[in-house]
Design a protein around this ligand. Structure first.
Ligand code: AKG
Length: 367
């Protein structure tokens, strides 16, 4: 974790869009700011890497339908779970609705993702050159700065043509989604049959782009009809996430709420779903900002109310948010192809990189 947090110290956004976004964010807070909150991080034990195999899996939708839709995280599934979280960490996740795991990923773990991001930025630079919008691909620029510098003289709409978040199939993302350190912590929460939900986002939060800031919402609003127990988000920063570059903010314990009313915002150009936090009523704990070092993971429940503020820095706040659920829940194919990431009962069915690249949710053993 970096410094303790106060909305009062959030620097003023520089552009009209960012000022408006930031003001909306503050306006939605009781009293316009929160008290300082200190989060006491608990670091999980690391387990040695495990070898995976693969084959064919079928989804038992009846089991998913029968499964109770439990807003708190379904503690009954926890009994006997292995994984690397301590009992205190599991309790913290259950009680607060989120858990910060400082430095969960090593530099070695992050390298394939940074390569994937660089590959994507290379493609964007080539396209910008081809379109005559820039003449230097800035290949020598440092990772946190390059994309920001490429769009420095361009309009926000020109950036938004590439989307506010990305879901490309680049091998480094599969490597991340199957990283044993991540699956081990997820296993502590949902057991060893783990499906990687199709909704994952690579977020290039570029300075001065209003679409970088994400309004208060519950992730469940994006899949209100899915028959699923809480989906676990694993949010990972690939640079230090700070108050200045727009770190994540959460309302602890709001995962106990059912899905709240929401609407599609119309001010950022992205149509993010947004809720009005005044409708939360009296909250047990005020909002908390979560600045974290690169490699830190923040796990949260899909009903936890959260947001992120604008990027008022000179570099990109790179992050990736992944989602996991037990294998007998709705795989949400309308959002894309997820994949079987771990299975103790059918390890041969786990999807390989080739399966994932081909958008197969399971390993195909039949020619
Ligand atoms: O990364 C962000 O800024 C917001 C992330 C978020 O809202 C999510 O992962 O659901």
């Amino acid at each position: 974790m970096l410094d303790p947090i106060s909305y009062a110290v959030q620097p003023e956004a520089k552009t009209h869009h960012l000022r408006r976004m930031l003001q909306r964010h503050r306006d939605q807070l009781p009293g316009g700011r929160c008290d300082h909150e200190r989060f006491i991080p608990l670091v999980g034990r690391r387990k040695p890497r495990q070898r995976r195999q693969s084959s064919l899996v079928s989804w038992d939708m009846r089991a998913a339908i029968q499964r109770q839709d439990d807003a708190t995280g379904n503690a009954r599934m926890r009994a006997g779970n292995q994984g690397t979280l301590t009992a205190e960490q599991v309790e913290q996740y259950d009680t607060e609705g989120y858990l910060v795991l400082p430095d969960l990923l090593s530099e070695e773990d992050m390298a394939p993702v940074r390569s994937a991001l660089t590959e994507k930025v290379d493609r964007i630079a080539d396209e910008l050159i081809e379109a005559g919008l820039i003449d230097d691909p800035l290949t020598e620029a440092a990772f946190p700065y390059r994309l920001a510098n490429l769009f420095d003289g361009l309009e926000p709409d020109q950036f938004l043509e590439y989307g506010r978040s990305w879901r490309d199939r680049i091998p480094g993302y599969y490597t991340l989604m199957s990283n044993p350190r991540i699956l081990d912590v997820v296993e502590s929460l949902i057991g060893p049959e783990i499906f990687s939900n199709p909704v994952y986002n690579v977020r290039p939060k570029v300075p001065r782009i209003a679409a970088g800031a994400v309004p208060w919402h519950q992730d469940k609003s994006y899949w209100p009809d899915a028959n699923s127990n809480p989906v676990i988000t694993v949010w990972i920063s690939f640079v230090d996430a700070t108050l200045e570059n727009g770190c994540l903010h959460v309302y602890p314990r709001t995962q106990r709420h059912r899905v709240m009313g929401y609407h599609q915002e119309d001010y950022s150009g992205t149509g993010f779903l947004e809720l009005d936090v005044s409708e939360l009523g009296a909250v047990e704990r005020g909002p908390v900002a979560l600045p974290v070092r690169a490699g830190t993971a923040i796990l949260f429940n899909d009903r936890l109310v959260h947001s992120s503020t604008p990027n008022d820095s000179d570099h990109v706040r790179w992050s990736v948010d992944l989602r996991y659920q037990p294998t007998d829940q709705d795989p949400m194919p309308q959002h894309g192809a997820g994949f079987l990431a771990r299975s103790r009962s059918h390890p041969q069915r786990v999807a390989t990189l080739d399966d994932w690249m081909a958008e197969r949710p399971e390993h195909a053993t039949v020619a």
